[in-house]
Design a protein around this ligand. Structure first.
Ligand code: TPP
Length: 655
């Protein structure tokens, strides 16, 4: 749909606005009656319903929580709003999403999330996917003006401008962020939006808003790049049902806002009054009846919360090297490059996005060298903005592209964490499976590297392992790196692969055929009867070296490289500990709240393994301290072979 010729349909707009107002009225009553726990009012924001008349099939709406009227205009049934309010099992999100957190894939409505402005980068990702595929669809991303002070807003606008993406940002400026006046705080008032086309609109007048929006949308759809439609309007009620605006706004201000009520004004303009009143009464009756019916619907079963956190990772085909592949020994870095090339060959919808990943540099560790030359248009240097790298992924995936993301160092995932934690990892669950984010996120990580200092040495796997909805893996060999990348590229959920950079240049022989590694399958590196030793990443070599030292050489140790931390191989580890009666975990990450504690806790909580223990389980890891620049710090605080061998000797009583 081109949009320039679309005629305004005032009756449609009025109906959505009146219906929305009646839904809000009913929701507030149910909250007051104690029948609904919480409600977000859209009262005052109803005129935005006119945007539905400009949105066509294939477009994607990334909604604000005050967009009830827009949702109704897009076809959302009142019954769905009632189910969302009451958290019912039959709601599209299976009772998982809060009221106002709309999401309906069949109607092109993205699954909303609470952290404000966080949907704007996914909107850019979706628009980028459309642009890449030459599709004429736009992303319409709505947000409040206070939320425009989030870094996410600035990153999204910058990325959309940089790539001339078909994104229409709609700012619903009601002058308040909960209780804080924003007239002097918002980025438009601060003069910070010069690089993007901003058009102001009267968000209280549906007809005027439609006329401006049609023009702006026409430009966005026609390839003019992103635009911001800045709509001035009023929030007529409190921020939510937990908030009473009389606590911070003078009575006359509230009264003046109500005198500008867009529903009353538009109804009066369209008239006749009796007809509008008949319409309102009909909607009121329908809304009442529907909400009453939904009150009696079943709540979700609490057990259902455990469903659909991750799709089962299927059994991908074994990874076969190209016939003419001459090299028989690879480094871990080389293995990653080969795996990425194979994934690109296998799935033409895959793209790679990260800092400095383009040729000739091919990443600061050279992991992607040659890839952008071999696959033109599929490897993209990102801006130096980690939230952008992660944040576009769900939208890309929603638009049919499979993203692989390089984070330059695991240490710099911090700025991306909110997107990873709140968005990528929750998407499948919060949308009850309507959307997934099959992204592979890989990052060089870990220490044992001289001169890398505090922010280029962290083994920070625990931060990722804590998040439901992510898989986390750490290869310690070239073959495992290939197997894990291959498996991650075939999985349907986000996977974090942490790459011990200390091992990047260590070459090892690789077989011609590598099995894809099932997540949750540890590698048993050595069989033994006296003690079970668990390691992963860099500590695999540390443990190997320790077992060659005299203190441990006579010990029959069973050694597992965990490889996959979430899920981890409970069965193999527990069976082993039940047999050996001793457990030593050697990890590079600091001990508190780490993977070692997770494993030890489960060993101690299991009656069989608990009863088998001959010595207390032990974790040898970094104390809760950072790694300083001088090599002396790493040597002192990261597990070393000598210390591992001594622990093994002490635990087993070896001579
Ligand atoms: C990142 C983040 N910080 C804080 C909040 C809590 N919060 C929810 S809405 C809101 C105010 C948003 O105001 P605005 O963007 O103007 O939208 P409005 O509610 O006025 O429509 C705040 C502080 C949040 N949801 N997310």
């Amino acid at each position: 749909m081109d949009g320039s010729e679309v005629a305004f349909e005032p009756r449609l707009a009025l109906e959505a606005m009146v219906l929305s107002r009646e839904c809000d009225r009913r929701e507030a009553i149910l909250v007051r009656q104690g029948k609904a726990p919480f409600h977000v009012s859209s009262v005052g924001h109803e005129a935005l319903a006119v945007l539905a008349q400009l949105i066509g099939p294939g477009d994607q709406v990334f909604p604000h929580y005050r967009d009830k009227a827009l949702m109704l205009a897009l076809g959302t049934p009142v019954r769905e709003l009632a189910r969302l309010l009451l958290g019912k099992a039959a709601s599209l999100a299976n009772g998982r999403q809060m009221p106002g957190h709309f999401g309906d894939r069949s109607r092109g409505v993205w699954s909303a999330l609470s952290p404000v402005a966080h949907h704007l980068l996914p909107a850019c990702g979706f628009a980028w996917a459309m642009q890449r595929q030459g599709l004429p669809h736009v992303a319409v991303a709505l947000t409040g003006e206070a939320s425009c002070r989030q870094g996410e807003f600035f990153e999204a606008v910058a990325f959309a401008v940089e790539r001339r993406l078909p994104v229409l940002f709609v700012v619903e400026d009601n002058g308040l962020g909960i209780s804080t006046p924003t007239a002097h705080l918002n980025p438009l008032a601060l003069g910070m939006l010069d690089g993007v086309k901003v058009t102001r609109a009267d968000g209280r007048d549906p007809e005027a808003l439609f006329a401006v929006a049609r023009r702006v949308m026409h430009g966005v759809r026609g390839g003019a790049g992103p635009a911001i439609l800045w709509c001035e309007l009023d929030r007529l009620e409190g921020h939510s049902s937990f908030d009473d605006q009389r606590g911070y706004l003078p009575e006359e201000v509230i009264r003046a806002k109500w005198e500008r009520d867009p529903v009353a004004a538009f109804a009066a303009r369209l008239g006749p009054q009796s007809e509008v009143e008949t319409l309102r009464q009909r909607f009121a009756d329908e809304v009442y009846a529907t909400f009453q019916e939904v009150l009696d619907e079943p709540d979700p079963s609490p057990k259902a919360a455990l469903d659909g956190r991750l799709a089962p990772a299927g059994e991908p085909p074994p990874f076969r090297f190209p016939e003419d592949y001459a090299e028989k020994r690879w480094s871990l870095a080389r293995a990653v490059g080969v795996a990425l090339g194979a994934i690109f060959e296998h799935d033409p919808k895959t793209v790679l996005f990260g800092e400095d990943v383009d040729d000739p540099k091919g990443g600061v560790f050279g992991l992607t060298r040659g890839l952008s030359t071999r696959f033109p248009g599929r490897v993209h240097n990102s801006p130096l903005a980690e939230a952008t790298i992660a944040g576009v992924a769900p939208g890309l995936a929603g638009g049919g592209i499979r993203p692989i993301l390089e984070m330059q160092f695991a240490d710099f995932c911090g700025p991306a964490m909110s997107q990873i934690v709140n968005d990528l990892a929750t998407l499948r669950w919060r949308s009850a499976g309507a959307w997934t984010c099959p992204a592979v996120i890989y990052a060089p990580y870990g220490g044992y590297v001289a001169g890398a200092g505090m922010w280029h040495s962290q083994a920070c796997e625990a931060a990722f392992c804590q998040i439901p909805g992510l898989r986390v893996a750490v290869p310690s060999s070239p073959a495992d790196a290939v197997g894990l990348f291959w498996a991650a590229a075939h999985a349907d959920d986000p996977t974090v692969i942490l790459l011990p950079k200390r091992l990047f240049q260590v070459s090892e022989p690789v077989p011609a055929e590598i099995p894809a590694i099932a997540f949750g399958k540890a590698a048993r590196l050595r069989q033994g009867d006296d003690i079970t030793v668990i390691c992963w990443g860099n500590t695999v070599r540390v443990v190997g070296d320790a077992l060659r030292l005299p203190q441990a050489a006579s010990v029959s140790a069973e050694v597992f490289d965990l490889r996959s931390l979430v899920p981890w191989d409970r069965v193999a580890v527990m069976d082993s500990v039940a047999r050996t009666g001793r457990l030593l975990v050697v990890q590079e990450d600091n001990v508190s709240g780490g993977v070692g504690q997770m494993i030890v806790a489960e060993i101690c909580a299991d009656a069989r393994t608990w009863a088998s223990l001959k010595t207390p389980p032990l974790i040898l890891g970094r104390p809760d301290v950072h790694i300083g620049f001088s090599g002396a710090y790493g040597d002192a605080y990261l597990p070393q072979p000598q210390a591992v061998a001594e622990r093994i000797r002490d635990m087993t009583g070896a001579p």
